[in-house]
Design a protein around this ligand. Sequence first.
Ligand SMILES: C=CC1=C(C)c2cc3[nH]c(cc4nc(cc5[nH]c(cc1n2)c(C)c5CCC(=O)O)C(CCC(=O)O)=C4C)c(C)c3C=C
Ligand SMILES: [Fe+2]
Ligand SMILES: [Fe+2]
Length: 334
Amino acid sequence: MMPDEHPSIAASNIGVLLVNLGTPDAPELAAVRRYLKEFLSDPRVVEIPQLVWQPILRGLILTTRPKKSAHAYAQVWSADGSPLAVLTRAQSEALQGAFGAQVMVDWAMRYGSPTIADRLERLKAAGCERILIAPLYPQYCAATTATANDHAFGALARMRWQPAIRTLPPYHDNPAYIAALKASVETSLAALDFAPDIIIASFHGMPERTLHLGDPYHCQCQKTARLLGDALGRPLEVTFQSRFGRAKWLEPATDATLAALPGKDMKKVAIVAPGFSVDCLETLEELAIRGRETFMAAGGTHFAYLPCLNASPESVTMLRHLLARELAGWVAPA
Ligand SMILES: C=CC1=C(C)c2cc3[nH]c(cc4nc(cc5[nH]c(cc1n2)c(C)c5CCC(=O)O)C(CCC(=O)O)=C4C)c(C)c3C=C
Ligand SMILES: [Fe+2]
Ligand SMILES: [Fe+2]
């Protein structure tokens, strides 16, 4: 084929690949087990030598947890699928609308489907010679950001003709992110029929040792909450959720905090999860369902879970701004 006959050149030769964590294909035992096996076998997520960890994973975790998790997923599953996938796709489509023909936007998951490798191939086949990989984690963590990038680079390592690559840095203190959170929280608070005594910012937890090993995650969570508190004009209480395993995790724990607040005469709470780009099992089930139960059982009277940025107009404006900055030199500034 002559060079000028190259097929299917896109309107633009620039691609953006949004990447999120991943989710099972169905809220059923086999699918959840498959997902957990892939996720928890990632050495970036569980930093125990595989020789020690795999027997524990296969013999203990994968024989017990999938049932519990499948039950949890069933409570938040929608007609269109897992909220994490449905909302990431909606974000991608809304962003494509905002960018127009300037760039081609697609989305992928680190675990499960659609895979990063497939979507990179698809962008490449559509003519993208330059691709921005955007792991949608505002706070950098080796267990999330780094493994998404590792996986993308692994896929590139198998390509004969690679596209040029950039990656989105963490955006925990980016003014556009803080402004989007502020707008979203204020809108959610205005719709409540009560005034919260306290607002909790709950972030996904990590083993505490990752902090001592130099992971900036903990500090970046604190900074996001401080900046959001400044923007809102009231401080937020930082907590960490989703503890897994026996090691010491970052504290204070979200569930223990919710259980203790009513005893400190704080009976009206609002909780937001600024570290999650979209709502998912960890927010819709762990916070909005189980968090509420914990708080009310401890004597709380009013509880509100405030949704993530999802595919809202504020979210799309923010993402367009963040991504356009990384695309500078590839496309004209937004
Ligand atoms: C060692 C275990 C885990 C670490 C470390 C971890 C870090 C981490 N996770 C997220 C974001 C998400 N995690 C989600 C689900 C989830 N997380 C773990 C374990 C660890 N996470 C498990 C076992 C699960 C699956 C569900 C369960 O069985 O409880 C999700 C939601 C996925 C969904 O399908 O909706 C997200 C998102 C971050 C940001 C993070 C480190 C900062
Ligand atoms: Fe997690
Ligand atoms: Fe959880």
